[in-house]
Design a protein around this ligand. Sequence first.
Ligand SMILES: Cc1ncc(COP(=O)(O)O)c(C=O)c1O
Length: 428
Amino acid sequence: MAQSQDLHQRRLAAVAPGVSSIISSYVDHASGGTLSDVDGREWIDFGSGIAVTSVGNAAPRVVQAVQEQVARFTHTCFMVAPYESYVAVCEQLNALTPGEHAKRSALFNSGAEAVENAVKIARHATGRPAIVVFDHAYHGRTNLTMALTAKSMPYKHRFGPFAGEIYRVPMSYPLRDGGLSGQAAAARALDQIEKQVGAANVAALLIEPIQGEGGFVVPAPGFLPALASWCTANGVLFVADEIQTGFCRTGSWFASEHEGVVPDLVTTAKGIAGGLPLAGVTGRAEVMDAIHPGGLGGTYGGNPVACAAALASIATMRELDLAAAARRIESIMVPRLRELEDDHPEIAEVRGRGAMIAMEIVSPGRDGAGGPAPDPDRTKAVAAACHAAGLLVLTCGTYGNVLRFLPPLVMDDATLHKGLDILAAAFA
Ligand SMILES: Cc1ncc(COP(=O)(O)O)c(C=O)c1O
């Protein structure tokens, strides 16, 4: 720990404490499934830098593409002097996102920036002000996206006032809504929309097909399709925030596909570029074409190095069939987690899809809303025991009581099992 400790002292003096880290070891290098710290300690990576390094860290094809691009040119600003890789990434996004309709894309730097732009586009294209979001949602930390995000601590606490015309309605959360069917949960949400704002004022309904930071909440089957059909019937744009779920993470290119939902707009980031900052908004051509030239953009959006990394990442996903790899990870992980669930009553549920799997941890008794009482302390304790034993896991959830697993999709079975052994020992 010697070098990490020194770095930590420098950090305390130099880095704003508002930016915190899960572990206090400092990374030296990383690969397909492990991180190595500056003191030579190795960690099994069940986090992928929060669902980013799906193709692995320093993935060979990404490294080569980045090195070649960085030697050719590093930046021109696409709004000043365009280049081919930006166009190629948009072509890939248009081809890979759900739906056969004509599409256009625009590129940005971060997930939050993509979400901000999706809201701009939706408001402009529809001429309506309101945006509907859901309980437990997470869409980012900029001012507008804080307003869209549900959880106060740590994301919003004392950072307001927030942007207006945002309306929040109940999510389908089978463990905590008494197991409402997808249709019943959608009817409950739509009733709130009609009451709070009225369909004619709604520009867009924005939803994560599987919620990320909110707790890997998988809505009941039928919930997303019911919302999408209501949107179509009411001239409301259905915006899927696939920033965490996209690019093979859930066992298909995009999580909307599991329920046959075709969004009007899709936001992407994270897994798209193997660790380089890139994000996108992809939408129906007629919606995207509504925006005047110059209405969208930014200095760095679609930077050529990030675009080269994205093209290499997407090629890797195709070549290695990483959607199938995510399903293979699920087929190994879920049975092992269910064994743990059988032995540990504090595990209320194992849920998720592909390589986006979580366990919700509870204590005996009920919370105020009648659901199982969340146990964030035990969740933290299990995560800490994993960290101490060399497994990097993340927590999430509105109540801080969800352990989530997001291994790189290229992780081999032996490493995956080793990580699951550490997790089992941590529970024991
Ligand atoms: C669903 C979702 N939307 C938006 C964001 C924000 O992305 P970024 O952190 O790149 O701004 C995240 C990040 O965790 C996310 O999971």
